[in-house]
Design a protein around this ligand. Sequence first.
Ligand SMILES: Cc1cc2nc3c(=O)[nH]c(=O)nc-3n(C[C@H](O)[C@H](O)[C@H](O)COP(=O)(O)OP(=O)(O)OC[C@H]3O[C@@H](n4cnc5c(N)ncnc54)[C@H](O)[C@@H]3O)c2cc1C
Length: 378
Amino acid sequence: MMRRRIAVVGGGPAGLTFARVMHRHGYPVAVFERDPARGARPPGGTLDLHEGLGQLALDKAGLLTPFRAMSRPEGQTMRILATDGTVLRDWRPRPGEPANPEIDRGDLRDLLLGPLDVQWGRGVTRVVPGARDGAVIHFADGRHETFDLVVGADGAWSRVRPAVSTVTPHYTGVTVVETSLDDVDTRHPDLARLVGDGSVAAYGVNRGLVAQRNSGGGVKVYAQFRAPLDGHTSGDLTDAEAVLSGLLARYDGWADALLDLLRRGTAFIRRPLYVLPVSHAWTHVPGVTLLGDAAHLMPPLGAGANLAMLDGAELAEALATGPEGTGPQDMAGAVRAFEEDMWARASRWAKITAAGLERLVSPDPAQALALFDQVQPA
Ligand SMILES: Cc1cc2nc3c(=O)[nH]c(=O)nc-3n(C[C@H](O)[C@H](O)[C@H](O)COP(=O)(O)OP(=O)(O)OC[C@H]3O[C@@H](n4cnc5c(N)ncnc54)[C@H](O)[C@@H]3O)c2cc1C
């Protein structure tokens, strides 16, 4: 193992957790990230890390204690409103209750990065498996490098995935438009009260509106609705006025307090929700594997980053210790055993989150409330 060259493509939750756990076991990994630098783009909103998933992965990386110090258990607080603003549910974790504390993506990235030496600005265009083993990574700048194992952790639109699978993501029928509010406690105290320490959500016919507190007084607002794709892709929406008036028409009749979450947003980003098939798997290809969204993209219902991190930690442990004690020499065996476990776990969660999305953005808004009661009976 010490002489094996291992690379991970993508410095998101999956890739960084993989590299960090490998580092803990004393194995170096080359991390290639397309972003030109740490912090080159806004890292995104908050993530809740579950005990048996993301927190387990952090434990395997030796990072559970610092995570506990920087995460926000109070971020679990959740209020559900009717579209007229009536409070339907107001849930907060009880002291001592196992919670899924929230952490901002940027803080999580910094925690995982620690001593890792990421190669920024190294966008990958494709990966070509070798005739017998290993694989060649081709970079956007025209260079290429050969490794014994290439781990694709490059997210939904993975450039590594075609080396093992012909499957591509498909649109769920649901689009999210995201906006942000800064410094809410000072600039928007009414909205700060509405959102509280955690989240507030309201669900109407085929649409929902969710706002989540981030650290430092930030709030992310997600308008989610059923809409045809119309050739739209993900990205920043430049005509903010037109986007806002489109959203206000879509949420016509909703309480002013909820609409203010949109009206006071600073910029809008479109995210059509794509998924991979629920049981996406592939015939094992020596020298290449996938983790996280690259392997099992699913609706964003609080599992994706958690699964991505656990994938990364478990693959690293499998490589560092070998399957069932066979020792670290059997890299192909370790990867194959890992893939079987990952596919089984991801398939369970893909089914849960697909069914969850159907209920959250549903013709019958009572379904969303029923789902909430089911997952948070307290
Ligand atoms: C609105 C929204 C809210 C969400 N909320 C939650 C939540 O609360 N909890 C949760 O668990 N999950 C949540 N998710 C899902 C979660 O964001 C993803 O499942 C998770 O980020 C997947 O991690 P990853 O490392 O596999 O991929 P990514 O986070 O997508 O990271 C991939 C990395 O690879 C890099 N990259 C991409 N292409 C290349 C290339 N060609 N060459 C080199 N580098 C490349 C990217 O720049 C990126 O850094 C949410 C998703 C969305 C859209």
